[in-house]
Design a binder for this molecule. Sequence first.
Ligand code: MN3
Length: 203
Amino acid sequence: MFSVPALPYGYDALEPIIDQQTMQIHHDKHHQAYVDKLNAALEKYPELAQKTIEEILVDFENVPADIQVAVRNHGGGHANHSLFWTVLAPVGQGGQASGDLSTAITSTFGSYKSFQEQFQAAAAGQFGSGWAWLVLDGDSLKITATPNQDSPLLQAQTPLFGVDVWEHAYYLHYQNKRPDYVTAIWRIVNWTEVERRYVAAHS
Ligand code: MN3
């Protein structure tokens, strides 16, 4: 059975970038709902429930056809949100992109500023609900966007950093101004964790 991981900080820790009420609803209600529906879908397939959600999504073609939609949506939702909480950190605590990851960002996107602009464009351009991502695709960094709760793992890409652009992630504080939310997110990126993920995947 899957469960929602505890936040690695308090509900109010990401203020003023993400407000406490949004975090409570997002983590306790939205993420919990994905986990509950994922567990319900896996009841008939206890052997699948022994795997990690990442293992299930990477091997999606072998997920039984009758639960593929549920696993894609709710399993994706569980994986995406589990990552999201860990790649954020309170203002001033997330460090800066450094080391090999910083070098790769600069060589791939031209500069850190250009990376930010391209990422923001991907987040703003995702029509409707979805996610913007920095992924490792083979040996290459890429910026992508996915609809709904589609995980980059479905395309054999390793997500390093992602921003939830569903309205439930920002609407209480930012209303319709998704670009303002995405621009503000840079102040709470946990670069230490993003770099750890890069080093782990890029070996
Ligand atoms: Mn969400």
